[in-house]
Design a binder for this molecule. Structure first.
Ligand code: PEP
Ligand code: MN
Length: 339
């Protein structure tokens, strides 16, 4: 249910509504709007009619059901777009087009530092790099683990770029959170609800990737797991879905951008690297993403893709990344994003 407060309702009226919601066995989530506040009451759908009585409390305008199965992610609860701040001056979901770039995996000090400097010089504002890798084969490189996290921290120190890195296992959440500015949930973990709940307790941005077989509704339900635990800093990422097509690694669902923007206030970025699997296809998908209204991109870049420990074929060389970024600026201008 959504409890819509009157314009000018007092703080104590709002607090009374929050405690009444809790008394009735629901969790109150206050969403502060420009003109009025609303309170989402989330919990067991079956007994929610009891919440209707809140309508007679002082300061309350009305109580309306949330029709979507996802509640806090829905535009029914919050019309204003969520802007997720990653570091001072870098925010996803507002006017900026945020480009995150770096290797699939952190491999060595030299590799991550060289890449970090190169992507920064081309205009990326977030460094990506995997220290824990969810590989399809147990025999493939699994990542440098904490050593990789330390190298990412070193690269941040040198370049000032905040870092996004994946947490694969719930038991590593605290460790990864010690180093990461943004915690990535990979496509394979989009429905790892234990992991999502733990991330919902952090006060840190979460980059949630869509699974390769996840519908948009399921994707938003996964975001809801994080939001319902209290963490509102969720960035959605479309990274291609599995279809019958084999010419590309996945099929980039570009329509996910406007569809999600109709359904949710959360920011949405595109990963053209995992979507296509081929470096030559990445730039055109970056332009398409921006044209479709994406808030940002996450792009794999490697100084020597031919020797990359993972995802070399889809990684751009720094020189090609730079060319792409120059052209991207023109697309950003057309859609009115700063870049
Ligand atoms: C990655 O970002 O390197 C990755 C493994 O992505 P995904 O979870 O989208 O496959
Ligand atoms: Mn990868």
């Amino acid at each position: 249910m959504i409890i819509v407060m009157r314009k000018g309702a007092s703080k104590s009226e709002l607090a009374a509504v929050e405690s009444r919601i809790a008394e009735l066995g629901y969790k109150p989530h206050v969403i502060h709007g420009d003109t009025r506040n609303v309170v989402g009451a989330v919990g067991d759908e079956r007994g929610k009619a009891v919440l209707q009585s809140i309508e007679s409390m002082p300061g309350v305008e009305n109580v309306v059901p949330i029709l979507k199965p996802y509640k806090l992610a829905s535009k029914e609860v919050k019309l204003e777009r969520t802007v997720v701040e990653i570091s001072p001056g870098v925010a996803v979901g507002g006017d900026q087009l945020v480009v995150m770039a770096g290797p699939c995996s952190v491999e060595s000090e030299e590799q991550i530092l060289e890449t970090a400097h190169a992507v920064k010089a081309s205009g990326a504002t977030v460094l990506r790099g995997g220290a824990y890798k969810p590989r399809s084969s147990p025999y493939s490189f699994q990542g440098m683990e904490e050593e990789g996290l330390k190298l990412l921290a070193m690269a941040r120190e040198e370049t000032g770029l905040p870092v996004v890195t994946e947490v694969v296992n719930p038991r590593d959440v605290d460790l990864v959170a010690k180093y990461a500015d943004v915690m990535q949930v990979g496509a394979r973990n989009v429905q790892n609800f234990a992991l999502l709940k733990m991330l919902g307790k952090l006060d840190k941005p979460i980059l949630l990737k869509r699974g390769m077989s996840t519908t948009i509704q399921e994707f938003l339900m996964s975001a809801e797991y994080i939001l319902s635990e209290g963490n509102q800093k969720v960035i959605l990422c479309e990274r291609g879905i599995r279809t019958f097509e084999t010419a590309t690694r996945n099929t980039l669902d570009i329509s996910a951008v406007p569809v999600l923007q109709e359904q949710t206030h959360l920011p949405i970025i595109i990963d053209p690297s995992h979507a296509t699997g081929h470096a030559s296809l990445v730039p055109s998908m970056c332009y398409a993403a921006v044209a479709a209204g994406a808030d940002g991109l996450i792009v794999e870049v490697h100084p020597h893709p031919e020797v990359a420990a993972s995802d070399g074929p889809q990684s751009l060389r720094p020189a090609d990344f730079q060319v792409m970024m120059t052209k991207l600026a023109e697309f950003a201008k057309v859609v009115g994003k700063t870049f």
